[in-house]
Design a binder for this molecule. Sequence first.
Ligand code: CO8
Length: 260
Amino acid sequence: MAYKTLLTEVDEDAGVALITLNRPESLNALCEEMMNELSNALDRFEADEEIGCIILTGGKKAFSGGADIKEIQDKTFPESYYEDFISRNWERAARMRKPVIAAVSGYAIGGGCELALMCDIILAADTARFGQPEVRLGVIPGAGGTQRLARVIGKSKTMELCLTGRMMEAKEAEMCGLVSRVVPADDLLEAARELARTIASMPLASALMIKEAVNIAYETPLSQGIQFERRLFQSLFSTDDQKEGMAAYIEKRSAHFKDK
Ligand code: CO8
């Protein structure tokens, strides 16, 4: 399927889908059309049984410069409230059940940083820059910047970034746990593909449950999270892939998972 604001590509053998934000003239400003298309592409890949992992990336200069300021500048409060455009399509990435990797090169600021935060793993090029500059526009982060960011990097740094609009570079983002790894910019896509291939080769039920369990750590008290994890762990003993994975280990051979 062709999109106006995205490029998509599927590696069927690896079970990996790649989505590239593609409005370079505006540094991938996240306009409504792009967020609708992104939502549609994520729906498709979520439903595609052959896909086990999705990569979301942008361009060399920008993953995304954030919400399209030119599109939203004249909105009124009632329009913004009744349209509720943020929850309508922006949150789709956060609701994905399959693992999503954000491969970030250049700017990931404002909504761009928030979109990356909705993904499960952020892999950063050494050129990546993260920030929440909304305060300089007379607003505040509107798609999770004060919430997801605070849970990931803590209160003090979130406050500093949101209150000043300062951008942080890849190294700092790695040190504070926002990104899993920093790689040279030219290697970013290949590193993301390799990571995605590895994840897609794992049993799908385990991958989905790991994601569910890690995410619930942000929503529940520890005792409930531990209980939830234990039930998921126990439930996997009903799958063929658990029998295969453990048999392969004992027989010193590679496992052949069937997602059953
Ligand atoms: N919206 C619209 N256009 C943008 C955006 C944006 N967010 N970012 C960049 N562009 C455009 C520029 O206007 C410029 O267009 P033109 O050539 O027509 O003037 C083009 O992209 C290239 O950008 P620059 O010339 O500015 O490139 P520089 O290298 O000089 O600067 C920066 C790069 C620092 C990234 C700069 O472009 C910038 O500051 N951009 C705005 C960043 C920003 O404030 N983002 C926050 C937006 S608000 C937000 O994201 C809230 C999200 C909450 C959810 C909302 C749901 C809709």
